[in-house]
Design a protein around this ligand. Structure first.
Ligand code: SF4
Ligand code: SF4
Length: 167
């Protein structure tokens, strides 16, 4: 299946059941833009280590769950939810920086824990596809800024691919 430049695995059914398991397992690592969007909503003190600019993990509550997870398993920052959370239970497995194609597949950890996989529902490729596109776009912008090169530079897209594969 394909949505614009995002390639999905075939025949994957998924619909989030809002079980909150992924929000308990692993609060996300966010980028600066995502941090700023969350702060613009009035939230403060949500990072694991606010003094370390290289660590943008959202902190856990005492019970280990994400700082933004409510008791009803909803997300307090739904409107500005990090793209990696929207992408869940999928992950980017590759980015072809020559053709600008983004490959997504199920997160192997989610296959075990996510209750929304194989519910018989078809995925909504626009939502997941747009989240994957946003992740790649923001990585490209971050790398371009750090290297001082234009976002369209081949070196930027090649470095972005390496970063994404480590992410
Ligand atoms: S930010 Fe929201 S969706 Fe993401 S892990 Fe936290 S509660 Fe879940
Ligand atoms: S584990 Fe799956 S079904 Fe549960 S909240 Fe996360 S994405 Fe939704």
């Amino acid at each position: 299946m394909q949505y614009e430049n995002v390639i999905f695995p075939d025949s994957v059914g998924f619909q989030c059941t809002n079980c909150g398991v992924c929000c308990r397992d692993e609060p996300p690592d966010i980028n600066l833009k995502e941090q700023q969007r969350i702060e613009a909503k009035g939230f403060v003190n949500f990072l694991e280590d606010p003094k370390d600019p290289s660590n943008r993990n959202i902190r856990r509550k005492k019970d280990g769950s994400c700082f933004f997870l409510t008791e009803e398993n909803t997300c307090k920052i739904h409107d500005v939810k990090p793209s990696i959370c929207i992408l869940e239970p999928f992950i980017i497995t590759d980015y072809d920086n020559k053709t600008n194609r983004i490959f997504v597949d199920l997160n192997p950890l989610a296959v075990i824990n996510c209750k929304g996989i194989c519910t018989g529902e078809l995925i909504v490729p626009e939502v997941i596809g747009k989240a994957a596109q946003t992740i790649v776009k923001e990585f490209l912008e971050i790398v371009a800024k750090k290297t001082g090169l234009p976002v369209t530079d081949k070196k930027v897209s090649s470095l972005t691919r390496k970063l994404l594969l480590r992410f």
